[in-house]
Design a protein around this ligand. Structure first.
Ligand code: CO
Length: 448
């Protein structure tokens, strides 16, 4: 594991409770600046320590005011609190939203509070994909509570439930129609429904509507029955009761299998987002102007190119190894190296039997090992007679083998064949003689 020059000692300063360091580490992680992976790894040991409370709901129900109330109560109890405001509609990240600037200032002198707004940069789904990294930083910093606020349109409750341990869904009496039309997603995701602004007229009717809506949507997961709380974040009314319900839910999580199930769900989601993001970046960075030209000229199409890109269908297709006997070579590749046999075939025209092996989790199109066993007089048997078993050739993917052959001929490295010929696995192939390929027998493979 290599430590990045720029982040030397940053992780240990965060763990020691240095707020400025936590701020810097958060920026590195969220912006995926140099060294973010190493930082993430060093913080991961602290993950799972904080109680993460997601607060979602439509605009106008007083989320920020309620979060301020909860924050003040947690601080009063001596807890260190992190607040991550997630705005999927904002393209930028790292700073504070207009409304947050005040809150940031309010708590600027308190090392027990950490605020950060995250924009939609790197979004896969509504939530920013880097939210898990941000949470790890706050947990390493020692936050015991992390409040996750979605600033968006109220469509995020399902996603926040994959990140938070306890999900509060906020609504308000003034949003009567919204309660009627409350989405199934909100009902599934919410652990506690909070009718905020309960000092407003229409409180009783709204509460009755909520109770009805949620009694219809009895959740299948046994153990926790959705609770409904009425609060006025502005006056502080009902906050004590809400805190009690939050504590109750937290106790339920730690006393039941549900806590473990949720932790796994969060890890699965973190991994999913990380992998999605990596693939996305890797694949997009591989699209070349030549690809775009090829589609423009109709020599290729989005489906063919897309398949090649997703399957890693560029670069090495396989490495060919000449062996005296596939049967005696297989145990080494399968049992000792852990590769998986993907294909076996006798290619009569070439006088060989071939076996292909790949790593167990390899995507289709990933580089394989091709074992070649001579069955009759031919190139492979001559190779073994002359040099003994060993590396025989390397094979590259070709998306357009005829044009690749033409290009090579024009460049003075003519393939041995004048036309592509059938290879194993139904593919079309050609070879470049080691004389024109710097001493290596090179194969081009066009997948069928
Ligand atoms: Co081959």
């Amino acid at each position: 594991m290599k430590a990045s020059k720029g982040n030397n000692g940053l992780a240990s300063r965060v763990v020691a409770g240095d707020q400025a360091a936590a701020g810097r580490a958060l920026s590195v992680v969220v912006n995926e600046s140099e060294g973010f992976e190493a930082l993430g790894r060093s913080f991961f040991a602290y993950s799972g320590r904080a109680h993460k409370i997601g607060v979602c709901g439509p605009p106008g129900c007083g989320k920020s005011t309620l979060i301020n109330r909860l924050l003040a109560q947690f601080r009063k109890a001596g807890e260190k609190v992190g607040v991550l405001a997630v705005d999927p509609t904002s393209p930028w990240t790292g700073g504070a939203f207009l409304g947050d600037r005040l809150r940031v200032q309010e708590h600027a002198m308190d090392p027990g509070v950490f605020f950060r707004s995250l924009g939609s940069r790197g979004t896969v789904g509504g939530l920013t994909a880097t939210i898990f990294g941000a949470i790890h930083v706050l947990e390493a910093y020692g936050c015991q509570r992390i409040l996750l606020e979605t600033v968006g349109t109220g469509q995020d409750e399902v996603e926040i439930s994959h990140v938070a341990d306890t999900v509060l869904y906020l609504t308000a009496p003034s949003l009567g129609d919204e309660i009627q039309a409350m989405k199934a997603g909100a009902m599934e995701a919410a652990d506690i429904v909070v009718l905020n602004k309960a000092d407003l007229a229409g409180k009783d009717r709204a509460l009755a509507a909520l109770r009805e809506a949620f009694s219809l949507a009895e959740r299948e997961s046994a153990g926790w029955k959705m609770r409904i709380a009425a609060t006025s974040a502005a006056s502080g009314e009902g906050i004590e009761e809400l805190l009690r319900l939050i504590a109750e839910h937290r106790a339920y999580l730690s006393d039941s299998e549900e806590g473990r199930r949720r932790a796994k769900d969060q890890l699965r989601m973190e991994l999913f987002w990380l992998v999605s993001r990596r693939l996305h970046q890797n694949i997009l960075s591989q699209v070349s102007d030549r690809d775009l030209e090829a589609m423009l000229e109709k020599t290729s199409d989005p489906w063919t190119l897309g398949e090649q890109l997703v399957s890693g269908g560029r670069g090495l297709d396989h490495v060919g190894v000449a062996v005296s006997s596939i049967r005696s070579a297989l145990p080494f590749y399968q049992d000792q190296l852990g590769l998986r046999l993907t294909h076996e075939e006798t290619v009569v025209a070439q006088g060989v039997r071939v076996a292909f092996l790949a790593p167990p989790s390899a995507l289709p199109g990933a580089c394989q090992v091709e074992l070649l066993e001579p069955l009759a007089e031919g190139a492979v048997s001559r190779f073994i007679d002359k040099r003994g078993p060993g590396l025989h050739h390397i094979a590259f993917h070709s998306s357009d083998i005829r044009s690749d052959m033409r290009r090579l001929r024009e460049a003075g490295s003519p393939p041995i064949e004048s036309e592509p010929r059938p290879g194993s696995r139904g593919h079309r192939v050609c070879f470049l003689h080691p004389k024109s390929a710097h001493g290596v027998l090179v194969e081009l493979v066009a997948h069928a």
